[in-house]
Design a protein around this ligand. Structure first.
Ligand code: PRP
Ligand code: URA
Length: 197
């Protein structure tokens, strides 16, 4: 995990490698975040006889926050292929860093679903709180979030506004700079993911 994170942070990492490291970290984080996913005992037949196992049992909804969250989605679907997918579009204003909504398409009835919100960067926490508000308004109850790099300010805001949402993150950086970017962070995740800077 931390090896991949070092590659992700490095300025000279090209988008292709950046994407692969984002997937690798997301897989590891998702495995941790879904450890207590409801599961049912099953028996399967191996070529040599019956074997006890468990299968995911229950509705899982994954919600990437556009656009950077899309870089984590394939990893989660690799782990939970049956998951339903909702999308939330948020864009931080470049000057004020305030997030505004531009898109939302969420699955019906999430009241008994296990909801995993994915967004790689938790900076001021404004985007995360806006997305969590939208999930709550849509009826989601069991919500957790996965971030690749977090700032103390963002964690504090989410904990204040949504105290029941567990945050899974491998690292908490020093803080935010004057432009509300995470320091040391990795820069603009979406731009690095898609080569748009
Ligand atoms: C980034 C990131 C988060 C947000 C974090 O998205 O993916 O959604 O910023 O910052 P915050 O905690 O201060 O709200 P951005 O708005 O840059 O959009 P993008 O994913 O389309 O690049
Ligand atoms: N969004 C990013 O992509 N990076 C930051 O450091 C803060 C917000």
């Amino acid at each position: 995990m931390h090896d991949a994170l070092a590659i992700l942070r490095a300025t000279d990492t090209p988008p292709e490698l950046f994407r692969r490291m984002a997937v690798r970290i997301s897989l590891l984080l998702a495995a941790e975040a879904t450890r207590d996913l409801p599961a049912a005992a099953v028996t399967v037949s191996t070529p040599l006889g019956p074997a006890a196992g468990t299968r995911v049992n229950g509705d899982v909804v994954v919600v990437p926050v556009l656009r950077a969250g899309l870089g984590m989605l394939d990893a989660i679907l690799e782990l939970i292929p049956t998951a339903r997918v909702g999308h939330i579009g948020l864009q931080r204003d470049e000057l004020t860093a305030v997030a505004s909504r531009y898109y939302s398409k969420l699955p019906q009835d999430m009241s008994s679903s296990f909801v995993l919100m994915i967004d790689p960067m938790l900076a001021t926490g404004g985007s995360a709180v806006a997305a969590l508000d939208m999930l709550r308004e849509a009826g989601a109850r069991d919500v957790r979030m996965i971030c690749i790099v977090s700032a103390p300010e963002g964690i504090a805001l989410v904990e204040r506004q949504h105290p029941d949402v567990h945050i899974y993150t491998p690292v908490i950086d020093d803080g935010l700079n004057d432009h509300k970017f995470i320091v040391p962070g990795l820069g603009d995740f979406g731009d690095r993911l898609y080569g748009t800077h």
